[in-house]
Design a protein around this ligand. Sequence first.
Ligand SMILES: NC(=O)c1ccc[n+]([C@@H]2O[C@H](COP(=O)([O-])OP(=O)(O)OC[C@H]3O[C@@H](n4cnc5c(N)ncnc54)[C@H](O)[C@@H]3O)[C@@H](O)[C@H]2O)c1
Length: 359
Amino acid sequence: MFTLRAFRTAMRTARPAMGMCAVAPAAARPIHSTPMRRSTKSENDGPDTADPEHPETAGSFARTDATVTVEYPEDHELPSSAPVEGAGRAGVQVYPTLATFSLQGKVGVVTGGARGLGLVMGQGMVVSGADLAIVDLNKEEGIKQAENIIETFKADNPNAKKLPKVTAHYADVGDPESVDACIAEIIKEHGKIDNLVTSAGFTENFEATKYPIDRMRKLWAVNVDGTYLFATAVARHLMERESKGSMVFIGSMSGSIVNVPQPQAAKAAVRHLAASLAVEWAHAGIRVNCISPGYMLTALTQKILDDNPDLKEKWTSLIPQGKMGAPEDLMGPVTFLLSNASDYVTGADLRVDGGYTVT
Ligand SMILES: NC(=O)c1ccc[n+]([C@@H]2O[C@H](COP(=O)([O-])OP(=O)(O)OC[C@H]3O[C@@H](n4cnc5c(N)ncnc54)[C@H](O)[C@@H]3O)[C@@H](O)[C@H]2O)c1
């Protein structure tokens, strides 16, 4: 049978050779549906090669590459991000859209909101009518970006009668005491919380057998514990208020597929946590969804690409849309999932990946 996986492998094999992997032109074989020949080797004969005619390329597009190792950079190594200009579409005639897409009157929290995807999603929430609390380890950057968001909003909406309230707060999302103190501070300043986006997180690339355990624990603490701690703190607040709410966890396409060639620790826990909490909190009117971005061009991914120049070609060759995503590509999806327009959507995983995970 010609399975989807066989098709994907065949497509990869048929792609032109790229810088990173030494692929012989002979790899451009036609796709056919003949079942793979069974090896006649015994189990004791050692590792087998799926395609003995092309042992140098067999499986090479579908495997991780141990030479790609990226440690999460120090804060000062990453430049500050700029808010998106023109998101309010100044000077452009915008026709009314569904009122249910509006976040008017809502207070949103975005963790990891001082930079990268979190910053742009937070700005999208503000443009859609919400007040915003930016939460980050780097409070100084959060304060600067809160001011930037308001200034950009003013420039984009010169006739706005009311300006959004945007505040910045410190938290280490993996530390329960820090999270509780931060939530209390936000409620004191904004009066309530309706929406949460958990974007604080990071990725490193190590071979599993060589991943330092302290770094692995840190990865888990920020990505998984951090999501869980913020979500449960906001859920407690919503339940006390007997109020509906919506949360979006930022996972990754690596939560459902295995990226290549870089080895990558999983976001699968974040994706399934969203599903699990969606069921547990449905009775309280709290919706929980996940957004799984594909390769998005942020300062962080730019740094990874700078360290591994051949990687971009490899990545984009595997994306049906043929390009990496821009952080702005998440503004609409996050607004949709936080707003009443998605009132019957909970426990979903919305992949924003240019089609990567469907091939
Ligand atoms: N950029 C991509 O291509 C991509 C793809 C898929 C998923 N993601 C996920 O999206 C999220 C955002 O990624 P990004 O590219 O914007 O990263 P980024 O490094 O640009 O931004 C992350 C922000 O989180 C903050 N942060 C880190 N640890 C924290 C902690 N313990 N407490 C509070 N804040 C903390 C950082 O200070 C930073 O401002 C991450 O969860 C990442 O795994 C990114």
